[in-house]
Design a protein. Structure first.
Lengths: 346, 346
DNA sequence: GCAATATTCAAAAACGTTTTTGGAGATCGG
DNA sequence: CCGATCTCCAAAAACGTTTTTGAATATTGC
């Protein structure tokens, strides 16, 4: 009868080499108390047999997975967000250099985010956790902190007493608004990204502070919160115009909102740029190609990702930290940040 | 002194309920031979204690992970390829509906692809494997087939005797070329995606067959293979023009190539569309915004992804298959597929 | 040359579950 | 009312590693 076709195990390597199972394990895992010659012999036998340690078994015994999980939240799964891939590319690079594997899981529903984290941590599926879209008061952050589980976030909380990397959206908001003011605009609107996220609040504060610094108070009618769908930038512009708020310039929290806003402007016969100045954020690929080109901010996401990965590796290596770092974005000047024209051509 | 702070285990749930460890396990895993009342009690206790089965242990004993791995290859990690995220979104949806988790790993170097697959399979890290960028003769496919490990690919091999989903690039190539011919173009060039991939060959065959069907032989000088970087579409156009090959229309294997080609055309004073017709493939977001809009093909990637996921679930459920399915792409008419103008305006 | 220390390896325990095996009590048919 | 069949659960084995423990041999210091 045919053999039961047992799976190849460390035992087979031991038999092949005439060594004990424990020695084989120690040789394969790079322990120092095994003679070089022995190690070579073991490695040769393992290679020859095609043996690899079973993941579940080794992770059960050693209590580590060598996996870092990045949880991507709904908005990132829904759009082709350049934020996503470039960032991950950097993270992966930094992790694999230290022997860690990057695993990506998706949180489709907003409510499942926490559940996914709990599951990953409590079931011991990974050694460290990465995620973004942090909120001013973030349940996930608090829970992980309380448990002492290693994690780094993209974005801060209000307390910010954990490890994070972040793009300086305060500075972005401030610079964008100031530039528009210097171009002669007195009524600058802000179409904000969802204010449940911390970074949106930072951008908003930057916007307001820039206005204040120039003696222009902020007008609630000029501030509209947009959600991450394709339409709300347009809706916001429509609202601004139909209500007669009449801004002459707009700072948008991201390019998707800006693009949507531009669409609405054209419907109203307003030329984005000449008739209404516009600055976005993110520099998505379309930004360079739409109309006369959208002026926006670019972030070095590769660098941000590598930073994120390196922080995680440092934490996992026992470095207590704190690990916190702010990244600057670069203003990309294109065609939509034009001076106040004094009214649109009829 | 202080308790050793042991990790919460199934034993604790057993003690809490006064049941045996085995019964708790069976209750939690939905076996039928446990009284409803007992099951409820166990679930309540587990919930109350916050217990979750350790992943490594359960996967070691049960020999399954409930994980399906999608390996993404280098080109997909490098660009913001819409192919990627939409596809994964669909896959994830189909998998999680059946209790499987989607895990994504990246193959940065081309050469590591195979190594990653071996590692995943031999170490028992997942129950099934998904990947794309298949080649006419694909080492990965052969190896997995020989091992009998469950996998589905995006794209076929020459033999195609495994499970796959694919976009019908033959039809795309045929339709695009035929459309250009009907518009009066006799010299239609083809900027192909890398021919090491199977789908590129299908597109090329479609292109050639359409020419043949109209009594136009294919001219090797009109066929240029482009690699997936931003520049080669431009390089190819430059080559066509400087060599005096003078096509009046181009069918591009994808939109990135087409966009790059358009850039080069403009440098030569050739207007994409009026002076040289152009059809791309993929309908990346920029395609709608560039110039007068790029005519291209759109694929329903969500559907493709869900199909992929459902096939994997079926396989894992024991359905022997074969599971093979071809998906049609939709022609999106925009501004670059114009009739032969008889020469460009000087 | 002898005790002390280093080096190298083997045996066995441990990791936390699921699965196998089997047995006690309940239910059923006649 | 008795044997047969079900229902529900407990005890123990098993999964394939890594880690702990300890012992044999080789090396060193004096």
């Amino acid at each position: 009868m045919g053999e039961p076709a047992r799976r190849l195990g460390i035992r087979d390597v031991a038999e092949q080499t005439g060594l004990s199972v424990s020695t084989v394990s120690r040789a394969l895992n790079g322990y120092s108390d095994v003679k070089l010659e022995t190690r070579r012999k073991v490695e040769a036998a393992a290679e020859h047999l095609g043996y690899r340690a079973n993941f579940a078994a080794s992770s059960l015994r050693s209590k580590q997975t060598n996996i870092v999980t990045f949880m991507v939240s709904k908005p990132w799964t829904k759009f082709v967000d350049p934020f996503f891939l470039s960032l991950l590319d950097g993270v992966e690079l930094a992790l694999q250099a230290q022997g860690y594997a990057l695993q990506i899981i998706m949180a489709r529903e907003h409510e499942t985010e926490f559940e996914i984290i709990r599951n990953s941590v409590e079931r011991g599926r990974c050694d460290g956790l990465l995620f973004g879209r942090t909120r001013p008061e973030d349940e996930r952050v608090e829970w992980l902190k309380a448990r002492g589980f290693p994690f780094v976030t993209v974005g801060r909380t209000d307390k910010s007493d954990h490890d994070w990397v972040d793009v300086d959206h305060y500075r972005i908001g401030h610079m964008a608004t100031e530039r528009l003011i210097r171009l002669g605009h007195a009524r600058v609107a802000h179409l904000a990204t969802p204010l449940r996220y911390t970074y949106s609040n930072h951008a908003l504060r930057g916007y307001r502070d820039a206005l204040d610094a120039h003696g222009i108070g902020h007008d609630p009618a000029l501030e509209i919160e947009c959600y991450l769908s394709r339409k709300t930038g347009a809706d916001a512009v429509t609202e601004l115009i139909t209500r007669g708020v009449d801004p002459t310039a707009i700072f948008c929290g991201n390019d998707v909102i800006a693009l949507s806003a531009m669409e609405a402007m054209r419907q109203f016969g307003i030329r984005p740029g000449p008739d209404m100045a516009l600055i976005g954020c993110d520099d998505i690929p379309v930004a360079a190609h739409v109309g006369m080109g959208l002026t926006t901010f670019r972030q070095d996401l590769d660098a941000l990702g590598m930073l994120l990965g390196r922080m995680m590796v440092a934490k996992l290596g026992g470095d207590a930290g704190p690990h916190q770092q702010l990244i600057d974005a670069e203003l990309i000047l294109r065609g939509t940040d034009l001076p106040q024209s004094g009214g649109r051509a009829e």
